[in-house]
Design a protein around this ligand. Structure first.
Ligand code: KG4
Ligand code: ZN
Length: 390
């Protein structure tokens, strides 16, 4: 089965094509094509991701990125015939809000033969609603002209699959499994008692971890996205100083639930910097102290949750799981032979938003006999998974 997947939930336009042989969860996967375009440069001036800019950038990027993925997969071959005028009209109506996208698809269709794709998968949410719609409408349009089914995928489930994907197959997971998802918009513990079963058992009450990284970076005068910048500075400090002397709070570490709070930590950094002239303090030391506090909270909370739910497998996922310090801390705490849990971290290139993870989830959830459902971008209007909290 060949799956073409599309991811446009935030500031990465990604298309991948994977071939799955065998049945989930024991299938073998081959990534035939994978193309990503990051919009970071377009958003840097705004200090964050600007939804209308993201939407426009996705609309411009989708056809070239698809073309790149198809070429890489050697699926872009032979000129095709023209589309009928009524087909074009139909597609223009579907893509009326996506600048330039209809013409892009017409040109692509007329240049290449219909590729041998069995299923199209697209991210439905969570994410930025306008950005998600571009991907969804694009997927629907391709589904129509290629006559291929289209299914919607949960982005956060994608991050979980990114972490357990081992180049050609999924890791053999022992349940119960706990995923700690840390990204720009989410920080949550997701409990799985089996495949495709997800329950949020803890989450942040305010800022997401990535958001805290980005905000602290801004306070330190670092460019967006702040996470990698903080990490770089903190690592520099660790390499040159045995310890640091700033002690930021470890919010909620003492609580008995699995919830987080990062706004207090952010405020503590703000107070520390208050009244200090730039240059009168060591930015690298602040970055390190902030990371140390985040590391203590995440590892400490994970330890408690593992005990509470008798967890066998711990999965760390989401954009922030690219962070070196956090990876080191989780590996030291849970990744050794003495550990009671098996730890999975995403391969570096799958930490950020990508389309490979969307194809993997699609393969896991696709049922040939399932009735087709109209896809709707759900943005951030609903929790990423069922939640145990009211
Ligand atoms: O999962 P992701 O790519 O997008 C969302 O779905 O939100 O996560 C993006 C977040 C941003 O807040 C970014 O600053 C953070 O991940 N991030 C990092 C690192 N790389 C990306 N945070 C800390 N250290 C990093 N190395
Ligand atoms: Zn993400």
């Amino acid at each position: 089965m060949v799956i073409l997947s599309i991811e446009t939930s935030c500031d990465e336009t990604a298309v991948s094509i994977i071939e799955a042989t065998g049945d989930f969860p024991n299938a073998t996967y081959k990534v035939l094509g994978d193309a990503v375009l990051s919009q970071i440069e377009a958003h840097r001036g705004f200090g964050g991701v600007f939804p209308t800019v993201a939407k426009r950038e996705h609309a411009f990027a989708l056809v070239p990125i698809l073309e790149k993925a198809l070429s890489e997969a050697k699926l872009a071959a032979l000129p095709h015939t023209m589309l009928y005028p009524e087909q074009k009209e139909d597609l223009r109506a579907l893509l009326s809000r996506e600048e330039g996208l209809a013409d892009g698809i017409f040109s692509l269709y007329e240049r290449y033969n219909t590729p041998a794709v069995d299923l199209i998968a697209v991210t439905e949410g969570p994410g930025l609603e306008p950005a998600l719609w571009v991907g969804i409408n694009f997927a629907k349009a391709l589904g129509k002209i290629w006559k291929v089914p289209v299914i919607g995928v949960n982005h956060m489930e994608g991050h979980i699959f990114s972490s357990i994907f081992e180049e050609t197959h999924l890791a053999p997971i022992e349940f119960p499994a706990l995923s700690l998802l840390i990204s720009g918009g989410h920080t949550e513990f997701v409990l799985s008692r089996n495949w495709a079963e997800y329950e949020i058992v803890g989450k942040t009450r305010d800022d997401a971890v990535g958001e805290a990284f980005d905000k602290v970076a801004r306070m330190l005068g670092l460019p967006y996205p702040g996470g990698p910048e903080i990490s770089k500075l903190a690592e520099e400090h660790r390499a040159t100083h045995p310890s640091e002397s700033i002690n930021f709070p470890r919010p909620m570490l003492g609580n008995n639930d699995c919830d987080f709070s990062f706004s207090g930590l952010k405020t503590a950094v703000l107070y520390y910097l208050k009244g200090k002239e730039p240059g009168s303090y060591d930015r690298a030391e602040v970055a390190r102290a902030f990371e140390d506090a985040v590391g203590d909270v995440l590892v400490g909370k994970a330890r408690k949750a593992i005990e509470q739910f008798n967890i066998r497998t711990l999965i760390l996922g989401g954009g922030v799981s690219a962070n070196k310090h956090l990876r080191d801390r989780f590996t030291a705490a849970f990744g050794t032979d003495r550990s009671d849990v098996a730890l999975y971290l995403p391969e570096r290139k799958l930490t950020t938003d990508n389309a490979v993870m969307i194809a993997l989830v699609a393969h896991a959830q696709y049922r040939e006999d399932a009735p087709a459902r109209d896809l709707v971008a759900y943005g951030n209007r609903r929790p990423s998974f069922p939640t145990n909290q009211t």
